[in-house]
Design a protein around this ligand. Sequence first.
Ligand code: UD1
Ligand code: UDP
Length: 377
Amino acid sequence: MKPAFVFGTRPEIIKLAPVIRAFLDRGVKPLLIHTGQHYDYEMSAVFLKELELPPIDHHLEVGSGTQAEQTGTAMIKIERVLMEEKPDVTLVQGDTNTVLAGALASVKLKIPVAHVEAGLRSFDRTMPEEINRVLADHASEVLFPPTEEAKRNLEREGITENVYVTGNTVVDAVLQNAEVAEEKSDVLEHFGLESKGYVLITAHRAENTDSRENLEKLVEILESLPMRVIYPMHPRTRNRLKKFGLLERVENIENLIVTKPLGYLDFLKLERNAFAIMTDSGGIQEEAIILSVPCLTLRYNTERPETVEAGGNALVGLEKERAIGYLKRLMEDQEFYERMKSAPNPFGDGKAGKRIAEILLELYEAGKLKVGSSRFI
Ligand code: UD1
Ligand code: UDP
């Protein structure tokens, strides 16, 4: 069997690595197609290196652009590779423009699509990611929702065949790398941070960074944080801060360390040792609960409601009073802190990658890995 992996951004590399490894462990060589949606060393190559992935077979160098430019260019370039390579299945993960481009290009060539982390819904149609999730799920032949809740989202949209709840591969990634990170990374010493003595913050979502109004709210939160803070900054946010003339304000905040994005091992160590995490990232909401660190999400909705229901995550939005109020409560109310910290991980046992590879190999051997073999009839 010849599985093709199409990916292009930081979280896709991290969350697909366990699936790639699972295929390799079964003696199957996956074809690796990198769209180049992320291209800076610290947004892409560092992860390929740290996660010891085999060399990329096709670098498509799509780069940045508007939504349609990026998705369209990726589609055209992915189609060429798929026509040449003729894989048996195309795997995509998550909700980026790369995912939508990979899924559409593949299914139209009658190459079945397997969607890892299927069924997530924020129910917010203004997010580019929500459109990508819905369309990728409907273009997919095999769906791997991480949780029962994600499976129910698919059911509500009539997707009931070839749906397998596997857990989220983010757990595999954390379990495979947290100990190594703890041993190898000197990130705390490097930044002069003490375990549980700082807040880790990240924010990069379009809805938080593309308008000056919302970005300024983020800056106000940063200016009011009552603890040391480290912010490994996504290039999108840095660019927008510059564009709106807000970067200098951020750089002048005492107590705040702004760095470039960090490698996975350094970042995992920072997460694990943080007093709390504030973020608008999807993957970081998941990693926080896996690592038993309270998470305050700088959004008004989440496609990871399991984290909120489990008690480890609170949606604080971008209002300074609410966000800082939550953080102060965590600092002052030990019982509240312990409650958030001990929320159970809803994302599975860390064997999702293995399950996904096994299911796809079984479907392939049974002759069922074909477009139209299930609900498309
Ligand atoms: C994308 C995903 C988002 C995901 C995030 C992971 C979409 C619609 N969004 O957002 O869901 O959470 O990746 O990090 O697919 N840039 C660089 N260097 C890079 C990459 C980007 O400078 O290596 C800058 C460029 O100015 C670019 C901007 O960041 O225009 C945004 O990049 P893009 O890939 O379009 O979206 P992300 O914000 O990264
Ligand atoms: N991450 C990292 N270095 C950083 C920031 C994030 O390695 O400086 C990792 C993080 O551990 C998680 C993933 O990147 O696994 C999340 O990516 P991101 O927040 O960019 O995307 P999202 O999950 O929101 O799509």
